[in-house]
Design a protein around this ligand. Structure first.
Ligand code: NAD
Ligand code: ZN
Ligand code: ZN
Length: 379
């Protein structure tokens, strides 16, 4: 089959590799119909991780079941399914409590597994013609009758729609509240969208890319261009000096100033400044425990200079981590099915799998108009 393979920093290729096969009776094989490129793929693409050459990338897959293992009971060939980017068992101590992003079965020695990702277990990714899905009964979300019609919406259930929603859940966003989201990439846009779905009365989205800010405005959020004035000042002006009730961090360790200089703590500290006393912050942007290639001394060891004093003084709360996609995907799927949510508004490019190297290059440069790429392996 054809698959997107990592060769080294900024070097990926569409290669011919052996087809995956059923390895355990609980596996299923899926023929991939749509598979997204994610901001998280860029950490590997940019050489910021220790992912091994030869890894098949991709963790946002949707497709058709073509084969099931002997122990799979609730799926059959022909079902159209979307897989959470997390791989989870469903029966470990974390999965049982809903923390499927922290499964302790699928990636021994670590809490959490995923397709095609550095440090997340020996699993190949879904930017390929076929994917092996472990614990398939648990991991496959069976999509409704209109799966193919709304394929561009449903494929967002693999990661960014639940992840944006998770940011608002960690921040405990309630109806009527004001929310500031940092980062208007796919994840930040989905966080703003989710905040509006949850009934927030005022949602602000901070970034400096005009195309992404325009999408925010189209949603009914207030775009904040941080290249024009410090974002905390702009947020304070919009809230009469009170600050926002809740905040979402959707950028991560590669947060930079509008001129491109990296400040891994910039968004965290801006949120501490912008959220009102006793508010809460949800952090879904990725921070790494080791970042040897960072130019920042602290960040090399996964540390940042965090405004803990102000955080404490204000009595703020903060939640963080990988999204437990399984907690949300069934319900967000219902919003799509009933036309109450249409996350495909974010897609800028629909391309064949062969175009992955070209797409990674443009998306990595955050070029104007490259918001979200869906790859469509040939039928
Ligand atoms: N927690 C999870 O489960 C999970 C899942 C998916 C993605 N992520 C992470 O979420 C983050 C965002 O993903 P994405 O796909 O939207 O990526 P992206 O890189 O396309 O978007 C990031 C955006 O942040 C903006 N930005 C950079 N510095 C900023 C600053 N100081 N202030 C405001 N905006 C700033 C950039 O201009 C860009 O538009 C990444 O770290 C990704 O790995 C986490
Ligand atoms: Zn992703
Ligand atoms: Zn588990």
């Amino acid at each position: 089959m054809k698959a997107v393979v990592y060769n080294g920093p900024r070097d990926i290729a569409v290669a011919n590799i052996p087809d995956p096969r059923i390895e355990r009776p609980t596996d299923a094989l899926v023929r991939i119909m749509a598979t997204n490129i994610c901001g998280s793929d860029l950490h590997m693409y940019e050489g910021r991780t220790d992912v091994e050459p030869g890894k098949v990338l991709g963790h946002e897959p949707l497709g058709e079941i073509v084969e099931i293992g002997a122990a799979v009971t609730r799926l059959e060939p022909g079902d159209i399914v979307c897989m959470p980017f997390n791989i989870s068992c469903g029966f470990c101590s974390n999965c049982e409590r809903g923390y499927t992003g922290f499964c302790v079965t699928v990636n021994p020695g670590y809490a959490g597994g995923a397709y095609g990702y550095a440090g997340m277990g020996p699993y190949d990714g879904g930017q390929a013609e076929y994917l092996r899905v472990p614990f398939a009964d648990f991991n496959c979300l069976k999509l409704p009758e209109d799966a193919l019609e709304k394929i561009d919406d449903y494929v967002m259930l693999a990661d960014i729609f639940p992840t944006g929603y998770h940011a608002t859940e960690l921040a405990d966003v309630r109806p009527g509240e004001s929310v500031a989201v940092f980062g208007a990439g796919p994840v930040g846009l989905m966080a703003a969208y989710s905040a509006l779905i949850r009934g927030a009365s005022q949602v602000m989205l901070v970034d400096r890319h005009a195309d992404r800010l325009a999408l925010a405005e189209g949603l009914g959020a207030i775009p904040i261009d941080d290249s024009k004035a410090p974002p905390v000042e702009q947020i304070m002006a919009l809230t009469r000096g009170r600050g926002v009730d809740k905040g979402c961090e959707c950028v991560g360790y590669h947060a930079h100033d509008p001129r491109g200089r990296e400040h891994p703590s910039a968004t965290l500290n801006a949120l501490v400044g912008a959220v009102r006393p006793t508010g809460a912050i949800g952090v879904v942007g990725v921070f790494m425990s080791e970042d040897p290639h960072s130019s920042n001394k602290l960040a090399k060891h996964g540390h940042v200079d965090f405004d803990i004093g102000l955080f404490f003084e204000k009595g703020l709360r903060m939640g963080s981590g990988q999204t437990n996609v399984k907690v949300y995907n069934r319900w967000l799927c219902e919003l799509i099915r009933r036309d109450r949510a249409k996350p495909s508004f974010i897609i800028s490019h629909r391309l064949p799998l062969e175009d992955a190297p070209h797409a990674y290059r443009h998306f990595d440069a955050r070029e104007d108009g490259w918001t979200k790429v869906v790859l469509r392996p040939a039928a």
